[in-house]
Unconditional design. Structure first.
Lengths: 353, 307
């Protein structure tokens, strides 16, 4: 039954599309009102609703050939008396749709999708990020969810995070220096399946943060190309923080505990949380008495590198001590066993009378 | 015992036959001997069982019981005279505290050193996560520190403690003992080195624990109390402590599992383990074999006291 109704819907959609291309643009009628610049409505609470629709935007969008009522399906007459509801993209973007983009069903598992499901009128739907009338393919430079543009799109709601991000090394790299490999919001938070940091499934759940960061900070090619400090992940994993993280402690510091989540800056920057001047304050978030001594010495210690100085030599000393001691002890044991064998204490059956 | 009684009864009948044969003077005549034997079996044996059996049994049991009791007393006396109290109670308690704490510390510490090993993951979940591991490791640490405090007091204030500490100091003899032992191992000498109260093996064990304890307790405290220690020490001291703690832990674990376990458990003359740590005693044979010089010294002192 469902298959048949899908089939009918697809057939109808194809018909609409075919007739649309044959005739003049179908949104002609709607634009009689909505095409007037400054067309708006003042709500009873004094809020002003901008109702102007830019024709050029529509014609440039990927939906240029659709009729207004294909999306605003609840508009039955013109002029319409009731305020139309929010557009439901799933009318076309359903599973197995041969024409349209595939729906991102995992969206409804996300923190945004759950708010939508709960009926929050402010919760973002597809169109809030992908753009309504101006919707573009993701790889188009005009798309609001393009790698370059998505941060400002998220920033329309998440203002403080956006403000921090654009100042961070990631934000400046992407937005000012146009380095395409630099991360934006979705690189760490995911695209449709954005989850709360407290959700163990989330990319940015304390235990998963290291995996997110290591995608780039353990990528040898990126490290070489952009001169990113290497060995950050491996040294973290060797530290007690890293070990506790490995064993599932969510209290222990992960990358973002010290480097911050959004305002990530290189150590040389005086605003950076890991600048020598700010480090004690950063450490004191967890270690209440942390003071200037916390900053004397490296944080990301590579115990096996000569560059770690005395720590390396202490390790080397113990390595030599352990190997030589155990070699001597082992030889002593083997010789003792050998002597006992020769003396007939072992290896031969005891004789019973 | 009943078997023993039957044997005694048969011997009694045999004796009866023999004395009858002798007094009749029929030693050379097998047929008469057979006849005597037959008559004794037919007449006496039955009467013996019927009229004397219970009484003979009672006598047999009483004497046999007395014999056993005397043997036990003699054995006790021999054990008292021929065993040597090697370690006193304080020493044994210290060793128990030490091995209990070290076992706890090794089990709770190894997963931190090898966080990626599957065994570590299993061990950690058995312990109940890293927070619980931290608590257990610190319990082990408190026990270990208690041991060192106890041992220092013992070394200073106890007579045996002072004597043992001096006896454990390295001497030139230890070097010559090592050379002698190597010669013995290779069959160049038939004689094992003759040890005093502590062999070089035992001295090595003692000083290894001494050194290891200073490293482990020192570095462990720096890390445990890092909120205090880092107020006075720079962060790289903490890193040194961490490196040393981790490395010395592995060295100590391997030394205990390979070396100490070989010497006290897996060594063929000890397997599956000696109980000296529990009762603190060595037999005369063990003393002569393992600590001949000390044995001679003790015997000389006893003679001097007796004579």
């Amino acid at each position: 039954m469902r298959t048949i109704s899908y089939f009918l819907l697809v057939a109808a959609a194809t018909l609409v599309a075919a007739s649309a291309s044959a005739q003049a643009p179908l949104y002609q009628k709607c634009l009689l009102c909505h095409g007037r610049p400054g067309f708006k409505k003042v709500m009873p609470d004094g809020k002003v609703l901008e109702l102007f629709v830019n024709r050029a935007e529509l014609e440039n969008s990927i939906h240029a050939k659709l009729h207004c009522t294909d999306c605003h399906a609840d508009v039955m007459e013109i002029p319409h008396l009731k305020r139309p509801g929010r557009v439901n993209c799933y009318r076309c973007h359903y599973k197995d749709n041969p024409n349209g983009a595939l729906p991102a069903n995992e969206f409804f598992q996300s923190v945004h999708g759950k708010l939508v499901a709960r009926g929050d009128p402010k919760a973002p739907l597809c169109q809030n990020c992908h753009g309504g009338h101006s919707v573009q393919k993701v790889d188009s430079p005009l798309s609001t969810v393009n790698h370059q543009n998505v941060a400002s799109t998220c920033g329309t709601c998440h203002k403080p995070q956006y403000d921090n991000y654009i100042q961070s090394i990631h934000g400046t790299a992407l937005l000012d220096r146009h380095i395409r490999s630099a991360p934006t919001c979705t690189t760490c938070h995911g695209k449709h399946l954005i989850l709360r940091p407290s959700n163990p499934e989330s990319n940015i759940y304390p235990l998963n943060v290291i995996n997110v960061c290591s995608k780039c900070h353990e990528n040898k090619e990126l490290i070489r190309k952009y001169n990113i400090p290497g060995g950050r992940i491996s040294t973290y994993k060797e530290s007690y923080h890293g070990v506790a993280d490995e064993f599932g402690s969510v209290r222990v510091a992960n990358c973002s505990s010290c480097h911050r989540a959004h305002l990530i800056l290189p150590q040389s920057d005086p605003r950076s949380s890991i600048n020598k001047a700010n480090l004690a304050k950063t450490c004191s978030k967890c270690h209440p008495n942390a003071d200037v001594n916390f900053t004397k010495g490296k944080i990301h210690v590579n115990y096996k590198s000569r560059s770690s100085g005395i720590i390396y030599y202490i390790g080397l000393f113990f390595e030599i001590l352990t190997l030589s001691t155990l070699t001597v002890l082992f030889i002593h044991i083997l010789l003792d066993l050998f002597r006992r064998y020769r003396a007939g204490e072992i290896g031969k059956k005891k004789e019973h009378d | 015992m009943e078997g023993g009684y039957d044997e005694a009864r048969n011997k009694f009948i045999d004796g009866l036959e023999k004395s009858l044969v002798e007094s009749l003077g029929i030693q050379g005549e097998p047929e008469l001997i057979e006849m005597t034997k037959g008559l004794v079996r037919a007449e006496t044996a039955r009467d013996l069982d019927v009229f004397m059996g219970t009484r003979l049994k009672r006598i047999y049991r009483a004497v046999a019981k007395e014999k056993k009791a005397r043997a036990r007393i003699a054995e006790k006396k021999r054990w008292r005279q021929e065993t040597f109290q090697r370690f006193n109670l304080y020493f044994r308690i210290q060793h128990i505290i030490l091995f209990a704490s070290v076992i706890i510390l090794i089990i709770t510490g190894l997963p931190i050193k090898f966080p990626n090993a599957t065994a570590s993951k299993i061990l950690m979940s058995v312990m109940g996560g890293i927070a619980m591991q931290g608590v257990l490791h610190r319990i082990g640490a408190v026990l270990l520190i208690a041991f060192y405090v106890f041992h220092t007091g013992y070394t200073i204030f106890n007579k045996d403690g002072r004597r043992d500490f001096v006896a454990l100091l390295p001497r030139p003899k230890d070097v010559t003992d090592v050379v002698k032992m190597i010669k013995y191992f290779f069959g160049l000498s038939r004689e094992k080195p003759r040890f005093d109260r502590f062999s070089y093996i035992e001295k090595f064990d003692y000083w290894a624990v001494y050194w290891g304890g200073i490293v482990m307790v020192g570095s462990g405290l720096i890390m445990w109390l890092h909120n205090i220690t880092l107020r006075y020490l720079p962060k790289y001291v903490y890193d040194i402590a961490r490196e040393a703690h981790s490395d010395e832990a592995l060295l100590a674990t391997l030394t205990i599992v390979i070396w100490h376990f070989y010497n006290v458990h897996f060594n063929p003359s000890r397997f599956p383990g000696s109980l000296v740590w529990w009762h603190g005693k060595l037999t005369k044979e063990q003393m002569i074999d393992e600590h001949p010089l000390e044995y001679e010294r003790i015997m000389k002192a006893r003679e001097g006291r007796n004579g």
